[in-house]
Write a protein that binds this ligand. Structure first.
Ligand SMILES: Cc1cc2nc3c(=O)[nH]c(=O)nc-3n(C[C@H](O)[C@H](O)[C@H](O)COP(=O)(O)OP(=O)(O)OC[C@H]3O[C@@H](n4cnc5c(N)ncnc54)[C@H](O)[C@@H]3O)c2cc1C
Length: 375
């Protein structure tokens, strides 16, 4: 990493936070305008970092069934992924483990399957049929994924879902951005941001524009720039088994997926416990129990790792894309689906930030501003 000198001539952009959101946007901005001077100020390994504790799904099912703009945005993001992955892997020389093999969400009761079916119908409606899915009964699910337990009554299948190794994704974004000229400063927590009239000062650096991508710290930092960024932590716990034969799982799923290395990843809980990201035995056992109900053969595998991580959650679960009304040039991005939306953030969102508002012809980004929340 190149050391960066504070108070060197102003940057065009300072991005606060170098997780998946900040790194995707830094990468996108520098691809679009290689002459830009961009600085990413990132915290330290002891911070809460959803980007290094997530499940790695690129998931369209269930996104935005009650929010049409989010449904269309997620689908657009997933559709941009193949080309994005190809370019990023080439530039970074890192294999992201990206696959768009399709996804299955398993239902263990008829009422769950019915609820999922209604949500999928709403998403298909919001996207004018561009979202493709099938509601599968038990036999049809077994035809796609053999070895299922008796408890599985069916599943939703969508060919548009996929997965990636999220750690390699983050590494690749940071590496490719820096190779293209982005400055990255680690262990550089931003406590206060000063609006200078002609720009912003953070941690001793000056930028003409500033973008907040500090995950759960966005709420605090946003207030300093008159932006309401209401995010709260929602804990998820994940388990990993030892490696097993590739092909044990044919599709990605929020309950189970097989990594490129052969481990089975099991997830994920949803707990509202504030800033507590520890894993706990009771939740780990209930996650494992449900996974074994879906795929009984899993009980033959040893668990080798588990962790908890905090989601960056808005009140309705959809992203927040905000520009400050009071401070021109200040923006905030908060999102719970930073893997799924990485290609959208590097693509159309970066264009929007660069003021090409015609890059949001369907008004998707503007629809996800904080104006949808009462303050
Ligand atoms: C259990 C779990 C499973 C998930 N599964 C999926 C999934 O399958 N698919 C999907 O799309 N998404 C998933 N997510 C969500 C995804 O991980 C997040 O949307 C994404 O990581 C958010 O990235 P971020 O950069 O906004 O936040 P973070 O990863 O939290 O990064 C914030 C960064 O900002 C830095 N920072 C914080 N405060 C400051 C400060 N004051 N100054 C400077 N730097 C600061 C931190 O050090 C950190 O590097 C999951 C999340 C969890 C927790």
């Amino acid at each position: 990493m190149k050391p960066v000198k504070p108070l060197s001539p102003a940057y065009d952009w300072i991005i606060v936070g170098g997780g998946l959101v900040g790194a995707s946007i830094a990468y996108g901005l520098i691809q679009k305008q290689p002459q830009l001077r961009i600085l990413v100020l990132d915290g330290s390994d002891t911070d809460y970092r959803a980007s290094v504790g997530n499940f790695g799904l690129i998931w369209v099912q269930g996104k935005g069934h009650n929010f049409p703009a989010y449904a269309n945005w997620s689908l657009q993001g997933a559709d941009l992924w193949p080309q994005f992955a190809q370019q990023l892997s080439f530039q970074s020389q890192i294999d992201l483990g990206y696959q768009r093999q399709g996804g299955l969400e398993f239902a263990l009761s008829q009422s769950h399957l019915d609820t999922l079916s209604e949500e999928m119908a709403a998403i298909a409606d919001h996207t004018q049929g561009a979202f493709h899915y099938n509601v599968l009964n038990r036999e049809a699910t077994l035809a796609l994924q053999p070895g299922l337990g008796e408890a599985v009554v069916g599943a939703i299948y969508s060919p548009q879902d996929g997965q990636v190794n999220p750690l390699y994704l983050l590494l690749a974004l940071q590496k490719a951005s820096q190779l293209c000229g982005v400055d990255y400063q680690s262990s550089c927590r931003v406590d206060t941001i000063e609006a200078l009239g002609h720009g912003f000062k953070a941690a001793g650096f000056v930028g003409k524009k500033i973008l907040l991508c500090a995950g759960l710290d966005n709420q605090r930092l946003g207030k300093q720039l008159a932006m309401h960024l209401p995010v709260r932590p929602v804990k998820g716990q994940i388990l990993i088994t030892e490696r097993t034969d590739l092909g044990m799982l044919n599709y990605a799923s929020p309950q189970l997926l097989q990594t490129a290395e052969g481990t089975i990843q099991v997830g994920g809980s949803s707990e509202h416990l504030g800033l507590d990201d520890r894993s706990s035995l009771d939740i780990m056992s209930s996650i494992a129990e449900e996974a074994v109900a879906v795929l009984p053969n899993l009980s033959n595998l040893k668990l080798v790792r588990s962790w908890g991580a905090l989601r960056v959650m808005s009140p309705d679960g959809a992203p927040i894309y905000q520009q400050s009304k009071q401070y021109k040039g200040a923006f905030g991005v908060c999102c719970h689906s930073g893997v799924t939306l990485a290609a959208a953030h590097a693509g159309p969102l970066s264009n929007w930030l660069l003021n090409s508002l015609n890059e949001d012809p369907l008004n998707l980004i503007e629809a996800m501003s904080n104006e949808r929340f009462s303050i």
